[in-house]
Design a protein around this ligand. Structure first.
Ligand SMILES: C[S@@+](CC[C@H](N)C(=O)[O-])C[C@H]1O[C@@H](n2cnc3c(N)ncnc32)[C@H](O)[C@@H]1O
Length: 234
């Protein structure tokens, strides 16, 4: 079990060490820019009030931290958590002008922050990559204030047969696209396989409930290509 967890962490780290340079470009190309719409919908549903605090885990290049900060022009406090050295460097550089944002190099499974600290916890396209999802959810619960909100954006399962057929066929072309743009197909084979292997909407909802959250709900985006899950620490 321990070695499986370490193997996944190593694999995921090597994936992001290969793609970091072209991460944003590949996201735009692969999703035809739609990931930006999904991330905006994520912040819209979160609807943070002025001055609220966020811990954004698996921050990558910082899209969620940026959108959150722009909601109330920098008045909110944001902590970004990212374990990969290269993604961390690019994320911090991208958001250097946001003085409300600080960066911590760490994994989602062990957050080096105190209990009951944040109004919001976000994890966008990160939960599929963690090595221990239960530990991650327990940490999310621990660091949120009572009344705080957990939100997760992730690829999910498509609820329409035709769209599923088209999407599955399109997915087959993604590793070749990765080879052309990034110079390696392997990270994108990992991407497709990890999406396939990940929980569906209801399974993820149950895991979030099992780890302490209440009033857990989800919303599908583009027929479930992605989904947003939301839960509360009461
Ligand atoms: C697909 S990117 C998502 C980045 C960003 N949140 C976004 O929505 O564009 C996934 C990120 O999760 C990070 N990651 C991988 N394993 C992690 C872990 N165990 N804990 C926290 N982050 C992790 C990766 O280094 C990578 O930057």
């Amino acid at each position: 079990m321990k070695s499986t967890i370490q193997d996944k962490a190593k694999l995921v780290n090597s994936v992001f060490s290969k793609v970091y340079n072209k991460y944003d470009l590949m996201n735009d190309v692969m999703s035809l820019g739609i990931h930006r719409v999904w991330k905006k919908k994520f912040i819209d549903w979160m609807n943070p009030s002025h001055g609220s605090s966020l811990i954004d885990v698996a921050s990558g290049t910082g899209d969620i931290a940026k959108l959150f900060s722009l909601r109330h022009t920098n008045f909110s406090k944001v902590t970004c958590v990212e374990p990969n050295e290269n993604m961390f460097r690019i994320g911090r550089k991208n958001l250097v002008n946001f003085k409300n944002i600080k960066w911590i190099k760490s994994t989602a499974e062990i957050l080096p922050v105190e209990d009951n600290m944040f109004d919001f916890y976000s994890i966008s396209y990160g939960i599929r990559n963690v090595s221990d999802i239960n530990k991650t959810l327990k940490e999310a619960y621990r660091v949120l204030k009572p009344g705080g909100r957990f939100m997760c954006l992730e690829f999910s399962k498509i609820d329409n047969e035709l769209i599923n057929f088209l999407y599955k066929n399109y997915s087959k072309a993604i590793p070749a696209l990765g080879k052309y743009i990034v110079g390696s197909s392997q990270p994108y084979e990992y991407l497709i396989n990890s999406i396939d292997a990940f929980y569906n909407q209801e399974q993820l909802l149950k895991l979030i409930v099992k780890n302490g959250f209440t009033n857990v709900k989800y919303r599908n985006l583009s027929n479930g290509i992605s989904a947003i899950h939301s839960g509360w620490k009461i």
